[in-house]
Design a binder for this molecule. Sequence first.
Ligand code: CAA
Length: 264
Amino acid sequence: MAYVTYETEGAVAIATIDRPKALNALNSEVLDDLEKVINGIDLDAVRCLIITGAGDKSFVAGADIGEMSTLTVEEGEAFGKKGNDLFRRIETLPIPVIAAVNGFALGGGNEIAMSCDFRICSENAVFGQPEAGLGITPGFGGTQRLARLVGPGMAKQLIYTARNIKADEAYRIGLVNQVVPQEELMPTAKKLASIIAGNAPIAVRACKKAINEGLQENIDDALVIEEKLFGSCFSSEDQKEGMANFLRKKDDPKKVKHVAFQNK
Ligand code: CAA
């Protein structure tokens, strides 16, 4: 793949957007490569995905402005749909996805980060939706996900002013969960991913589904979604082994063991 590298370390996968000459900006080819990588993930083996950008300056500097500059109305709509379909696919991937934001996350860069389950970033990270300064709206989900993540008032202020914010402000408004020095970003992301990968995968997937789908519903319907997914866990070996292990532990602390959850 020319623009996206993919590697696995045990049950953790890392997809790195790599287009250094344009600060990892998303043109159609980068989106196509990322789609291929996402579609190729072995969901029987991988339990958590990290998405990051190559280098130490930029995560993703947005959608490609050169490519967008000559689009017609129809082509603009199609380009938005291309990004939206891919980012929705990331958002609804059964396994958790962590964005490790290592620099600029602007426009489509912030939008791809927001389609991940959560974001951690390096101290030099910069977030923003600069589109209004370019004569367009955010087009890969920014109007919707930013408002859902930080609330409509803050999202509107950031989008209307097209103001970029630094990592500390992104942390303060809840756009990122953690800010770390650049050199600690990938180790921190990998550590989080491996903690997630060590928990029962069926339960983790059910948690993701319950949160994502429940947030689209009223509280009563959302709680029904949770009940169904909670119930479904009781058919898994992981639930039997996870609970048996706790009870063994109570009975005799020496019997405590690490549960190697099996995906079933
Ligand atoms: N599209 C295309 N090329 C980009 C780019 C982008 N979004 N961002 C950076 N580049 C290119 C630059 O054109 C430059 O290329 P050349 O060396 O060939 O001139 C190279 O990357 C390095 O960039 P700069 O020289 O500008 O680097 P800098 O350190 O001076 O500035 C920056 C960094 C502040 C991120 C600046 O590059 C910038 O403002 N980029 C645009 C950010 C932006 O507006 N993103 C939103 C795009 S719109 C969008 O994403 C719509 C949507 O929702 C779908």
